[in-house]
Design a protein around this ligand. Structure first.
Ligand code: PLP
Length: 399
């Protein structure tokens, strides 16, 4: 007796892949996980200590639904100083991770049948959240020829009278692209002309290597008036388990999100909010140091992946994923099984190389795999050695 709404969500491909990897691990096989969507660092000490202090002080009760005023003020200051966007604290909501802010935003702006534009490949939660909120996802295909950035004409071609919003994600999961400011400006102007919202998911903002991640809402006040900026501490401060994110946007949308949050979760975790205050005031430098380490690993992976038989990818500009086309292996046969799409190639790498990467289907791709390099150098080296051997063997068997 499960609701149609939930049944329509289908299976969670990433969770299933992780379960398969765990199953193999339980049989005694060593598996290296390059399917991880979180920093491999521990949370910086000042943040942990702030949480311990909060616990000792008995800061263990409900907070306001929209989050602590001190934290909203600190986020407001951060958005002004780092992102060039002036949002007063009452236009900011703290949530249980960026994920809850995204869901709250979609539930607050979508009526049944409203269309939400999503560039694909995309993070797997967007389409599911849109559907749960009663909306209809409309795909904007991204291609390597355009550097995995959506041409404005491709967006324009998908606009209808039902278009309610566009979800932008920069730096982008899974492709690692960072939207250039000029493109963001064009997209923002289009949103103003065609009257739709932009949800700008900037959760990987800090993890940007070559250039700064520009917030679309900083480009023009008119664009900011229709943008809901979403960010959080999960990736920047290695705080995935603490579940604190935030959104800043138009006053009516933020107050709708507050209503939604008050009835679904009451408020974000009190202790984690105090920890997040410390993240903003005391741990920014530590967050920046983590990025240097990701950059080193990115550089190493980009240099060595081709030798392991994975050649077709763009060097990521941000986040910690490599989005690689593995279609050159389609048609190969392994253990009597035809490798027909990137999920099959990921399955092959798991079983033959003992390396867990994500197949493309959770991100709506048949051709690419996502390789996370949020792992130790030792694991990355071992993983690439095993992948290289396995893919070489596959080529030999299929000559
Ligand atoms: N947005 C994107 C693009 C993500 O990849 C993720 C997590 O993987 C999130 C949002 C969720 O972030 P949080 O842990 O703050 O909910």
């Amino acid at each position: 007796m499960i609701s149609d709404r939930i049944q329509r969500m289908g299976k969670n491909g990433k969770v299933e892949a992780r379960t398969r990897a765990a199953h193999l691990q339980n049989t005694g096989k060593t598996i290296i996980s390059l399917d991880v969507g979180e920093p491999d660092f521990g949370t910086p000490k000042p943040i942990v200590e702030a949480a311990i202090d909060a616990l000792h002080e008995g800061f263990t009760h409900y907070t306001p639904a929209e989050g602590l005023l001190e934290l909203r003020e600190a986020v407001s200051k951060k958005l002004e100083e780092e992102n060039g966007m002036a949002y007063p604290a009452d236009q900011i909501i703290i949530s249980a991770g960026a994920k809850q802010a995204l869901a709250g935003a979609l539930f607050s702006i979508c009526n049944p049948g409203d269309e939400v534009l999503i560039p694909v490949p995309c993070w797997d939660s967007y389409p599911q959240m849109v559907r749960l909120a009663g909306g209809v996802p409309v795909w904007i295909p991204l291609s390597e020829d355009h550097g995995f950035l959506p041409p404005v004409d491709a967006i324009r071609a998908k606009i209808t009278s039902r278009t309610r919003c566009l979800i932008l994600n920069t730096p982008h999961n899974p492709t690692g692209r960072i939207y250039p400011e000029a493109l963001l400006r064009e997209i923002g102007e289009l949103a103003c002309d065609a009257d739709f919202y932009i949800i700008s998911d900037e959760i990987y903002e800090y993890i940007a290597y070559e250039r700064r991640c520009v917030s679309v809402g900083s480009i023009h006040e008119k664009i900011r008036e229709r943008t809901i900026t979403v960010n959080g501490f999960s990736k920047s401060h290695a705080m995935t388990g603490w579940r604190i994110g935030y959104a800043a946007g138009p006053a009516d949308v933020i107050s709708a999100m507050k209503l939604f949050q008050s009835y679904t979760t009451s408020c974000p975790n009190s202790v984690a909010q105090r920890a997040s205050l410390a993240a903003l005031s005391e741990a920014t430098e530590m967050a920046r140091e983590m990025v240097l380490s990701f950059k080193e690993r990115r550089d190493w992976m980009v240099r060595h992946l081709p030798m392991a038989g994975i050649r077709d990818f763009l060097s990521p500009e941000g986040a910690f994923y490599i989005w690689a086309d593995v279609s050159s292996y389609f048609g190969s046969v392994w253990n009597g099984k035809l490798l027909a799409d990137s999920d099959d190639v990921a399955g092959f790498l798991l079983e033959e190389a003992g390396v867990s990467v994500n197949g493309g289907s959770p991100f709506l791709s048949k051709t690419h795999i996502r390789i996370s390099y949020s792992a130790s150098m030792e694991d990355l080296k071992m993983a690439l050695a095993h992948m290289g051997e396995a893919l070489h063997k596959l080529n030999q068997m299929n000559r």
